[in-house]
Design a protein around this ligand. Structure first.
Ligand code: HEC
Length: 120
């Protein structure tokens, strides 16, 4: 009987540790870098900071600033509300909208910082 109890509590401890290990695993995956988030969500249309749909609106500083996008906040605004693309007003042809359910504020900031640092 005593041994049984020990076994059960040992099992309990093992299961509990496994549970916590799985939790930290999940946290690690939401700890992605700006670069990997950018690759995941943006680089299909903005490879190397370009713009396959509208070559005059790349992510490089010169274009960004010509279009009044200066700060990380401005970039996040564009992600949250890209608006229709003037060259292709159809909804499907513009930039994808990324709301908080797709990209959290924290992740959006990482992406914006990455863009500012990377695409001079
Ligand atoms: C489906 C293609 C597509 C995806 C995916 C996409 N974009 Fe865009 N992006 C566009 C288009 C098209 C424009 C030009 C929109 C316009 O006319 O204002 C644009 C414009 C921008 C601009 C303004 C650039 C400038 O010079 O004015 C920023 C900043 C930007 N995107 C950031 C992002 C970020 C960050 C992501 C990922 C989270 C992303 N985009 C994903 C298509 C895309």
């Amino acid at each position: 009987m005593r041994i049984h109890r020990r076994l059960i509590s040992l099992l309990f401890v093992v299961l509990l540790s496994l549970f916590f290990i799985s939790l930290t695993g999940e946290e690690a995956s939401s700890e992605k870098s700006g670069e990997s988030l950018f690759k995941e969500h943006c680089s299909s249309c903005h490879p190397d900071g370009g713009n396959i749909l509208n070559p005059s609106k790349t992510l490089h500083r010169k274009d960004r600033e010509a279009n009044n996008i200066h700060t990380a906040e401005d970039i996040i605004k564009k992600m949250r509300n890209p608006g229709p693309a003037p060259t292709h007003p159809q909804k499907w042809a513009g930039m994808t909208m990324f709301d908080v359910s797709k990209i959290s504020n924290d992740e959006a900031l990482k992406i914006a910082d990455y863009i500012i640092k990377t695409f001079e």
